[in-house]
Design a protein around this ligand. Structure first.
Ligand SMILES: Nc1ncnc2c1ncn2[C@@H]1O[C@H](COP(=O)(O)OP(=O)(O)OP(=O)(O)O)[C@@H](O)[C@H]1O
Ligand SMILES: [Mg+2]
Length: 244
């Protein structure tokens, strides 16, 4: 579903991604972790063409991002992305937030968009809040609306960039529950997260990045179950986050 081939990216003379290669199969859940500044957000943003890259290619569902003929807005509309900060429109109701892109980007009519949006809102357990504004919701609820909004677009894959790291601790669980459910339903997911409980429970593979490189890319059980076989950098990172 996602094929990242030898991707390198520079910001001026600073190389932020170095020869990154991996692929994600349909239905696979891949967790990306690593130290701050290692390039996790940059890598995930290249997958829906929010960040350009200078070398290599990424093919999403058979469509090449590097191909100048590719309609990137169309591709982007099929790749759901959920960020650390929810980025809902504050002046629009929850229902309007859910329907806007469906109408503007997918050309759905208002009724279709509302039906689909509310179905997804129900799925994340927030139907009772459909007429509220984002400012009237908790952080966890806003993040669940953001997930429902992405799902309303019928994405072929969902990308998450630290979706729980800006939340109060007691709200992390409700967002992770939604993500676990999505994973168990077979959604293809690439998740930057340090929630190792989530990684252990539902991921198929773990990618560990350091200084712009994919240092580890291995099955979940190997990543967590065999620390001695990991690279020193990954081992050090794991020992720090698993210590808590
Ligand atoms: N627009 C930019 N211009 C220049 N350098 C940038 C830009 N965006 C990010 N960087 C640099 O690229 C590197 C990777 O950043 P990135 O945000 O991908 O890291 P990350 O692994 O997601 O970190 P974190 O865990 O803190 O979110 C960092 O050194 C960062 O300072
Ligand atoms: Mg980041």
């Amino acid at each position: 579903m996602i094929n990242i081939q030898n991707v390198s990216k520079w910001y001026g003379s600073f190389q932020v991604l170095t020869d990154c290669t991996t692929s994600i199969q349909k239905g696979e859940v891949v967790v990306v972790c690593g130290p701050s500044g290692s390039g996790k957000s940059t890598l995930i943003k290249t997958v829906n063409a929010l960040e350009p890259f200078q070398k290599g290619d990424i093919v999403v569902d058979g469509i090449s991002i590097a191909d100048p003929k590719t309609n990137l807005p169309k591709l982007r509309s099929r790749v759901g992305m959920v960020f650390q900060h929810f980025e809902l429109f504050p002046h629009l109701s929850v229902t309007e937030n859910l329907t806007l892109a469906q109408i503007k980007v997918l050309g759905r009519n208002a009724d279709e968009a509302k039906t689909r949006g509310l179905k997804m809102l129900d799925r994340v357990g927030l139907m009772a809040h459909k007429d509220k504004f984002p400012g009237q919701l908790s952080g966890g609820q806003q993040q669940r609306v953001a997930i429902a909004r992405a799902l309303s677009m019928d994405p072929i894959v969902m990308l998450f960039d630290e979706p729980t790291s800006a939340l109060d601790p007691e709200m992390v669980g409700e967002v992770l529950d939604v993500m676990v459910q999505l994973a168990q339903e077979g959604m293809t997911m690439m998740c930057v997260t340090h929630e190792m409980g989530f990684a252990k429970k539902v991921s198929h593979r773990v990618i560990f990045m350091d200084a712009g490189k994919i240092v580890e890319d291995c099955p979940r059980d190997a990543f967590f179950g065999n620390p001695d076989a990991r690279s020193p950098r990954a081992k050090d990172f794991l020992s720090k986050i698993l210590a808590h």
